[in-house]
Each structure stands twice: as C-alpha cells, then as structure tokens.
Write a protein that binds this ligand. Structure first.
Ligand code: DC
Length: 228
C-alpha cells in the first residue's frame, strides 16, 4: 500500500499503538487533553466501516464491497459523538460485535487505503495524539514520539469484563478472553499494516501500571522529545 506523506510534518504527532483493550484509548485521550492536542481514535473508523457495511448488507469478508462503503462514508465528528449520515452511532459501534467486525474489515488493504486521507485530516496544529494499530508504522511514520502500549491478554480480558459489567451489559470472561485472542491473532497476522511495534517505539506494559502513571510516562517522554 502506498502511503502519501502529509505536508505538515512539523506538526507534532504522538502515536499510541497496541492491542485491543490495552487502555490505549483512555491514555491517548488524556494525553491529548493535557497537551491541548486533537485525538484520533482510528479504531472507531474501522468500527464505523463495519457498521456501515452491515447496514448495507455487505459481508465483512467482501474486500471490494466493504472498500466501497469506506470510500463513501458520510462521517462527521461532533464533540465526542460520531455521526454516520447525521445519526449518532457512537454507542452502536462500541459493541463487541462491531469490534469483531472492525478487525475483520481491517484485514483488507483497499479498506485501509480508503481511510488514509481521513486519518491524515486529523493532523492539525497544535498537534495530534493518534491511537490504533498502525499509527506509528504506517499512517504517521514520521511521529517524533511512538508508544506501544500493551498488557497481558488475561488483564485485558478482565478490564473489558469489568467495563461491560459497569455498563450493565452481559459479560462472560471466558468468551471475552477467547475473542481477544482471536482479534489479536487477526490484527497481528494480517498482511496489510499488521499490529507490530514500530522500531523506534517506547514499550509501555500496563499490567501493573495505573492509567495516570501511563499518562505521565507518555507526557515525560514527550517533554524529552521536545527538548532534544
Ligand atoms: O481499537 P479498537 O478495538 O476500536 O479497534 C477495532 C479493530 O479495528 C481492531 O481489532 C483492528 C482494527 N484497527 C486497525 O486495523 N487499525 C487501526 N489503526 C485501528 C483499528
């Protein structure tokens, strides 16, 4: 896949990549708030594509048809809301099913290509924090600070389990663990932009790390990058 370079590479980007339920979204959002930067949740875009495909009766394994959906998305971001065709679908895309669908549509190179410009459009002054799987390796390879945030599968499953219970949604630990293992294998094993730690990324293991400590580690690393 050919990736265009963005013209404004002097605008700082912090990339936070890692597997599902590692806590990278929470950390990325808090870091963005602290720095007054924009925040890109790239996983949400793949979730929207899975949702739009399902609404149009397009099978998630039909690469070309899903790519057409991705190219013609009428998607808007309004505060914390994600709108598809002017309908707020923020909650609909956060289900376990849409997480699975996102991982399946994300396998297709034409789908990934269709989302590149949209992701680059978030790269604006004063800066951006972008979370996902390929932020540091493919979408913003020039980022001055790259983080790879991870945790053991068991800890991630436990966090997801508690999160679902907190939202009064049905949750089964064993099923969640199995889903995460399948999703990790698919995200790491695909040919196009697989989940992999960028060569120059900082590894942050969060099994025994509180969110605030993870946020402070990223902010300190960013201070060091800026003063180099
Ligand atoms: O971060 P998340 O759980 O919302 O992501 C859902 C799926 O989307 C994930 O399993 C793989 C895919 N994804 C991707 O392939 N590349 C990204 N940059 C972000 C997410």
């Amino acid at each position: 896949m050919q990736v265009k370079t963005t013209p404004a590479q002097h605008i700082p980007v912090i990339t936070i990549d890692g597997p599902s339920a590692s806590g990278k979204g929470t950390v990325a959002q808090l870091v963005a708030d602290k720095l007054g930067f924009a925040y890109l949740d790239s996983g949400a875009l793949y979730r929207v594509v899975a949702f739009a495909a399902q609404q149009n009766n397009v099978a998630w394994d039909d690469a070309n048809a899903v790519a057409e959906c991705a190219k013609t998305l009428n998607i808007k971001f309004k505060n914390d809301q994600i709108l598809l065709n002017d309908h707020d679908i923020s909650n609909e895309i956060r289900t376990e099913l849409m997480g699975k669908g996102a991982s399946q549509v994300a396998v297709h190179a034409p789908v990934r290509a269709a989302l590149i410009d949209l992701q680059h459009s978030f790269h604006q002054a004063p800066g951006l924090v972008a979370d996902g799987r390929d932020m540091g390796t493919v979408i913003f390879p020039f980022a001055p600070l790259k983080i790879f945030l991870t945790a053991s599968t068991e800890i991630r499953a436990e966090r997801r389990y508690k999160q679902l219970l907190g939202k009064n949604q049905p949750a089964n630990y064993e099923n969640i663990l199995q889903d995460l293992q399948e999703r990790d294998a698919r995200d790491k094993g695909r040919a196009s932009a697989p989940l992999v730690m960028a060569e120059n990324a900082i590894l942050l293991e969060t099994d025994n790390l509180a969110i605030t400590d993870a946020v402070n580690t990223v902010l300190n690393a960013y201070k060091n990058v800026k003063t180099c």
